[in-house]
Design a binder for this molecule. Sequence first.
Ligand code: SF4
Length: 349
Amino acid sequence: MKEIILSVKDLVIHYPIKMKVNGKLWSQKNRVQAVNGISFDVYKGETLGIVGESGCGKSTSGRAIVRLEKPTSGQILYKGEDIWAYDKEKLFEYRKKAQMIFQDAYSTLDPRFTIGRSICEPMVIHKMGTREENEKRAKELMREVGIPESYYERYPHEFSGGQRQRIGVARALTLNPDILVCDEPVSALDVSVQAQVLNLMKDLQERMELTYIFISHNLSVVRHLCDRIGVIYLGNMVELSEKRELFSNMLHPYTRALISAIPIPDPEYKREKIILEGDVPTPINPPKGCPFASRCIYATKLCWEEKPALEVACEGHQVACHIYGSKKEIMQGLMKEAKIPLPKREGLA
Ligand code: SF4
C-alpha cells in the first residue's frame, strides 16, 4: 500500500479586504476566498500535479504546505501531525523536510551572494556542518544539477534563466527534503530549457526518492511529469485523478476545456476546442452552488443551488460535478427537461 506523506484536509484560506479611508485602515466584512475547502493526500515518492488558471488558489495552497501562508481553517498533516500545531523545534525540523522551488529563481537569489554562498545558506541556518563540509555538499549538488563546480564563486546575474532555476533546485535539495513544492518552476523558461529542467527533476526524484507537488497552469508539462493530477477552479478541487485516467476519461467540464486547449503537434489531428464563455466569478463573492456554473453549458438549477462535493466517480478518480455524483439521477432528469445533452465520453490517447 502507498504511504501517505502529506494530507491536506478541508483547507480554507480567506484574506480580509482592507481599505484606507482618511488615512486609517478599515477591515471590511467581505473576504477574498482564495482557497475554499481543498482536500487531498500526497503519497511518498509520487508527483502530484495541481493545475488551474491564474488566481485559482493553487500557489496559495502550495505556500500553506510549506508554512508560508496561514490557513483560515483546515489542517495540513505531515506524517500524521498537523504542521500548524508544531512547536518551534518541530517547525525547525519541518523546514528541512518541506522545501519550495519558486517560479522566479532570480528573485530568490540574493544578488550580493555568490551562488555557492546561496546554496550553503540553508545549511548554515540549520547548523548542519563545517564550512568545508557545506562547501563540499554545495559543489556536489551543483554537479547533480548540471552546474560546473568552478562556477561556485559566480553571482546570479552571470547565469541564464535555466541555470538559475537549476541553482534553485540545488538549494532546495541542500537539507535533504522529503517534499518539494514546485510552484511553476519552468513557466518562465524557453521550451527547450523547460524540458532540460523537467528531465533533471525527474532524474533527481528517482535518485533521491523525492515527493513533488508540482503547481502549473500548463497541462502538457503536468502530463509529462506527474503521476496524479488535481484540477482547481476558483479555490475548489474539481477533479483529482491518476494521470492516465484523467487524460483518457476526463469528466469535469472545466477539465475538458483545459485539456481541449493543449496544442497537439500533429497537423492532421483534428480536435474540437472548447471555448469557455461567461465570466469567472469574483472570489470575493463566489456562487452559492457550483463554482463553475456561470461558464458551464450543462448547468441546471441544481448546479446554481447546491455545491457538488468531490466524490469518487471510479477507482482513483474523483470529481465534483452533479452529473457524476450522488445527485446524478436528479441532475440528469433536469438536463433532460431542459434538453441539455449529456457530455460525450472522450479522452486523449
Ligand atoms: Fe457544470 Fe453543474 Fe457539473 Fe458544475 S455541477 S460542472 S455547473 S454540470
